[in-house]
Design a protein. Structure first.
Length: 525
């Protein structure tokens, strides 16, 4: 039965897989929450690293550094509470122990699922993720705010429909539930959707508070929740800003929830979408083994459905990373395959923004940065809220030395999707921008942030080593170089010059500084 644990001002809801401080959900990933649950349930008792890794990465072999990253995230979540720095104790070479306040445990009783009436039979789920955006509830007591609340839900529906991976219920169908006290599970059955987005609007003076939450309807589990407090200076601009923020957060949460759902399915029942979602999960971790597995899963998805845009996009980026990691048996063959995947995606669905992102990945692989920029820009015309296009566009612009525009797009990607699994890409874009402009302190800090998300990223370790070397922090630079060689055992300066995507940059001064920094850090010739 679902359980809620309370300790200090915190509440750990095991059913929702969320940690709350008071009434506010904390921005923690599923793995961090899984680790916290194990630690809290064993409060006062040591928990081994192996047990923790199995709880957060069931059935997977991962580097111990991934566990360290998640524990650090938990400690940051507790910051500000008296004595919280000692709530999670590190037991050298053994594991961790929770020493926080004694948790109160309560069972969370879920309401029974109501039988579907014969008048409203349950609709079958479509063959791709499905969502209904319910009318936002006006809590202001002011009828004038109905227009704002309704307009916000309508705009979110329209924006989500631009993601061709999703099946989005039309506004008219969702708004049939306006003002009705209907259980979310019942709505999902009647509309035939997996996910429901609901929210509230409350105005006080010239301030407005918006809350939104994404729910996996069959289980009642909260996938994502957030609160937004804004000034009502320009109501139309505010509506646009909130639509952008909510859609940018919901889309990757949606994909992450699908990846978790697929993990629970038996292998024999997987379809093309399931394989693509598994592939995306592995792709976001950047280790050599994960990239190889992601490529295999995307190829399997395409065996089932050769027209899967999700699989073609994932395969194109997996091939880009196989080239960057030196994993390809034949780099030229991998470049051609990435380009072919992008071409196929666009040929079969030219109005799909994600297809043009796949094409851009093909252009990156074949070192055609100008064409990649064009493809990313077209993707953003089709879907202005596509964070992956903004983040990768920033990356490519930074290679070309257009640091000012690159920064604009990197910041847009971060604003659209602050908790995206692809955040490491944006972090490396920011690292590249800072390094290109000679801000080595900034480059080192952004590289460290990217490493926290993806400890196996060779680009992040390269930039960290080179930046620290230019800051004359040689000992730290050599330590970063050692980590780079752990990730890339055959790394040398010749490979950086020829295989690294930075080698496509026309900014020769930047490339010389990059190579010089790596040389100072001790990367072999």
């Amino acid at each position: 039965m679902p359980t809620v644990y309370r300790f200090g001002p915190f509440r750990l809801d095991t059913a929702a897989e969320l940690l709350f401080r008071g009434a506010e959900p904390m921005a923690l990933g599923q793995r961090a929450v899984a680790l916290l649950r194990v630690l809290v349930e064993a409060a006062g008792t040591p928990v081994s690293k192996d047990d923790l890794i199995e709880a957060a990465w069931p059935g997977l072999t991962v580097e111990e550094s991934n566990l360290t990253v998640q524990i650090a995230a938990l400690r940051r979540a507790f910051e500000g509470e008296p004595g919280s720095e000692s709530w999670i104790e590190t037991l050298p070479r053994r594991g961790y122990r929770f020493l926080g306040p004694v948790a109160d445990r309560e069972l969370k009783v879920e309401p029974p699922i109501e039988a579907t009436s014969e008048a409203t039979p349950a609709l079958p789920l479509p063959d791709k993720p499905s969502i209904a955006v319910l009318p936002f509830e006006n809590l202001s007591g002011d009828p004038e705010q109905e227009y704002f609340a309704d307009g916000l839900a309508s705009d979110i529906t329209t924006s989500l429909s631009r993601f061709h991976w999703f099946f989005v219920i039309s506004r008219n169908s969702s708004f049939a539930y306006k003002g009705k006290a209907v259980d979310v599970k019942q709505i999902a059955r009647e509309l035939g959707v997996q996910y429901v987005l609901e929210g509230t609007v409350r105005r006080a003076g010239n301030r407005v508070r918006i809350t939104a939450q994404l729910i996996d309807a069959p289980t009642g589990r909260h996938v994502w929740a957030e609160r937004y407090d804004r000034d009502l200076s320009d109501i139309f601009a505010l509506q646009d800003e909130l639509t952008e923020a909510i859609v940018g957060a919901v889309a990757p949460s949606f994909i992450s929830a699908e990846a978790r759902r697929v993990e629970r399915k038996p292998p024999e029942s997987l379809d093309a979408w399931d394989y693509a979602m598994r592939g995306n999960w592995f792709l976001s971790h950047w280790s050599r083994e994960d990239i190889a597995e992601a490529k295999r899963l995307f190829e399997r998805a395409l065996e089932i459905d050769p027209r899967s845009t999700a699989a073609l996009t994932g395969l194109a980026f997996a091939l880009v990373l196989t080239i960057a990691f030196g994993l390809a048996d034949d780099a030229n063959e991998a470049r051609a395959a990435a380009y072919a995947a992008g071409q196929r995606a666009v040929a079969q669905d030219p109005n799909n923004a994600e297809a043009h992102v796949a094409l851009a990945a093909g252009y990156i692989a074949t070192r055609q940065p100008d064409s990649a920029i064009t493809a990313f820009r077209f993707a953003l015309e089709l879907n202005p809220n596509l964070a992956i296009a903004e983040g990768h566009l920033a990356h490519v612009l930074s290679w070309l030395g257009d640091y000012e525009e690159a920064l604009v797009h990197a910041q847009k990607a971060e604003r659209l999707s602050p908790h995206d699994p692809g955040m490491s890409w944006w972090g490396i874009a920011r690292t590249s921008i800072a390094f290109g402009t000679g801000d080595y302190e900034g480059a080192a800090e952004w590289a460290k942030k990217a490493i926290k998300v993806t400890p196996e990223s060779p680009a992040a370790w390269r930039y960290l080593a080179a930046s620290l070397a230019h800051l004359d922090r040689i000992e730290e630079a050599r330590a970063a170089k050692d980590q780079l060689l752990r990730v890339m055992p055959n790394e040398n300066l010749r490979l950086v010059r020829t295989a690294s995507f930075s080698a496509a940059s026309p900014d020769h001064d930047r490339m010389l500084r990059y190579i010089d920094g790596l040389r100072k850090a001790g990367v072999p010739e």
